[in-house]
Design a protein. Structure first.
Length: 120
């Protein structure tokens, strides 16, 4: 029997799982996820359910592989700045600070945002 390959892409910016919060309600602890984590879980659940459709539950071993794509960070740490100045390939450094790269990056970000808006 061949193993089914199930593959899908979730076009959303990865969000870290934050620590659960605890509040006291009626003298008893109540544990809940922060709003940002709860919202991200809902998005992933909705997109994964739409992709999986009415497939049968998997019975047996499961292999999972993840690839994350994140937006370019807005600032660098001091260690990263020193690395860029001293050890990084200067040609690559010049490219990533060029107008050509900035335009390409902005185009891809806009395209991906538009796709995620239409696919939700």
């Amino acid at each position: 029997m061949t193993k089914p390959i199930i593959s899908f892409t979730i076009k959303a910016v990865p969000h870290p799982q934050l620590r659960p919060r605890v509040s006291m309600i009626g003298g008893h602890p109540h544990v809940y996820d922060p709003k940002s984590t709860r919202d991200f879980k809902k998005i992933v659940t909705k997109l994964a359910s739409a992709e999986m459709g009415k497939t049968e539950p998997i019975d047996g071993p499961l292999k999972v592989s993840f690839t994350f794509y994140r937006p370019v960070q807005q600032s660098l740490s001091k260690a990263d700045k020193v690395y860029n100045r001293t050890r990084r390939d200067q040609e690559a450094n010049a490219f990533y600070h060029s107008t050509r790269w900035t335009r390409t990056r902005d185009f891809v970000k806009t395209r991906d945002m538009m796709r995620s808006w239409y696919n939700c």
